[in-house]
Design a protein around this ligand. Structure first.
Ligand code: FES
Ligand SMILES: [Fe+2]
Length: 444
């Protein structure tokens, strides 16, 4: 048993209490410069085993979306490493989560996802629970002597929602999701996340450690090199970061040239760059023919208006969002493995989960569309694809393509450590949290 105040989640809150001033520098070792991290954290089987014992069964993780389990009888199986959590909407509409194990001899009760579940019947010998997890039937019950049904409820897990996201935590002693998310929900309340509906999810296996994947969505330092097209329409220099405890944030403004281009870029160059990297937001796929920018407006204003007009054709009302809300990406990092990306017209979530060996991971993405708070829910299209078929869009494909090469490099025996800049403070923060959960020091 862990006393609540000793839970790693609470330790984080204490650590950061009063330290975060919400400025661009954030609370990680201001002025500390270079930070060294042992490279074996990304490659060693022992380290991955430690994570399986001390991290994955104890943290809140994005499992699915409300769209997956909106109706009574809907269910979704969430897997991370060897763990399997069954999320069920019961007959009263209450969302419940159970460890996916029969109390008889352990068989998994469900796999995948679906709807119309009235009870949970084990496919091996037929023990059956109601959707609230109470055991109702045991075939050949006399053989068990005085077995009491009430003694064998399903083993529960924590489940909670934030906007359209469903999170689970196998640790019943962990602080609630609202505590875990810290300042994030308030920070993004302007975006009315409850209006978004999940349209699709894609999961693919990648040849990299889960942290290699998660690190890729925890810093913008790589944009100038890995995303040269994106650099032409993003201010990656004035991109403030903020850290709470388990959570962090980066803001990036789009629709203008990176200050790295001495002398700037023409509107035509910025426009083409926006079209190539995220033209779908305007319904434009071909570069060229930059629109005229009226006196007193900026190209970003023009792009934002194009996005508003296109969104209206898709049933999304962006009339209440100004240029900044549309053109500024708010990217949140939720320890250990999730990043949520928000603009007025877009919402997506990226997750990284451990694979069968330390050098493999599952990368997942949830895509959303803004509808309205009252819009009906529909089952998203869920795809599991081979890495070669993983198409995440122009920029994320560049992020995915580099993963196997990073992992190969991390395997080289002479590379005993990696070094991180304060620009990569959200990666550093992941490691600091990891150390707390695993009970290890910065050099371990
Ligand atoms: S393992 Fe489930 S009823 Fe036997
Ligand atoms: Fe990237």
């Amino acid at each position: 048993m862990t006393a609540p105040q000793d839970h790693p989640a609470i330790a984080d809150a204490r650590l950061h209490q009063g330290v975060d001033d919400g400025t661009a520098t954030g609370p990680v070792d201001p002025g500390a410069g270079l930070v060294r991290i042992p490279a074996h954290r990304y490659t060693s089987a022992e380290f991955a085993e430690l994570e399986l014992r001390r991290l994955w069964p104890r943290t809140w993780q994005l499992a699915c979306c409300v769209d997956h389990v909106a109706e009574p009888g809907d269910w979704f199986e969430y897997r991370v490493g060897p763990f399997s959590v069954l999320i069920v909407r019961d007959g009263d509409g209450t969302l419940r989560a159970f460890q996916n194990a029969c109390r008889h001899r352990g068989n998994s009760l469900c796999s995948g996802s679906g709807s119309g579940l009235a009870e949970l019947k084990c496919g091996y010998h037929g023990w059956t629970w109601d959707l609230a997890g109470q055991l109702r039937r045991v075939p050949g019950r006399k053989g068990f002597g005085s077995l009491k049904l009430s003694e064998f409820p399903l083993l529960s897990a924590q489940v909670d929602t934030w906007g359209p996201f469903v999170f689970v935590n196998l640790d019943l002693e962990a602080p609630g999701l609202d505590v875990y998310l810290e300042g994030v929900p308030a920070d993004v309340s302007w975006a009315r996340l409850e209006e978004f509906r999940c349209t699709a999810s894609v999961v693919g296996e990648v040849a990299a450690n889960w942290k290699t994947v998660a690190d890729g969505f925890s810093e913008t330092y790589h944009i100038q090199t890995l995303h040269p097209e994106l650099l032409r329409n993003i201010d990656d220099v004035n991109a403030p970061q903020r850290l709470w405890g388990h959570t962090g944030k980066s803001e990036q403004l789009y629709g203008l040239a990176s200050p790295r281009f001495a002398g700037g870029l023409s509107d035509a160059e910025v426009w083409d760059s926006f079209v190539v990297t995220q033209g779908g937001r305007m319904g434009v796929s071909e570069p060229g023919s930059v629109p005229e920018v009226p006196e007193g407006s900026t190209l970003a204003d023009v792009i934002a208006e194009r996005i508003r007009v296109h969104a209206a054709t898709q049933g999304s009302d962006l009339s209440g969002f100004d240029t900044d809300r549309i053109m500024r990406l708010h990217q949140y990092n939720l320890f250990p493995n999730c990043s949520v990306l928000v603009t007025a017209d877009t919402l997506s979530a990226l997750v990284a989960r451990p694979g069968a060996v330390p050098g493999m991971a599952e990368m997942g993405i949830f895509a959303f569309r803004r509808a309205s708070a009252e819009a009906p829910y529909a089952k998203p299209m869920d795809l599991r694809v081979a890495f070669e078929d993983l198409d995440l869009g122009y920029v994320l494909n560049q992020d995915a393509a580099v993963l196997a090469g990073i992992q190969r490099g991390l395997n080289q025996p002479g590379l005993t450590e990696i070094v991180l800049s304060q620009e990569e403070k959200r990666v550093i923060n992941t490691h600091r949290n990891l150390e707390r959960y695993l009970g290890i020091g910065p050099a371990d």
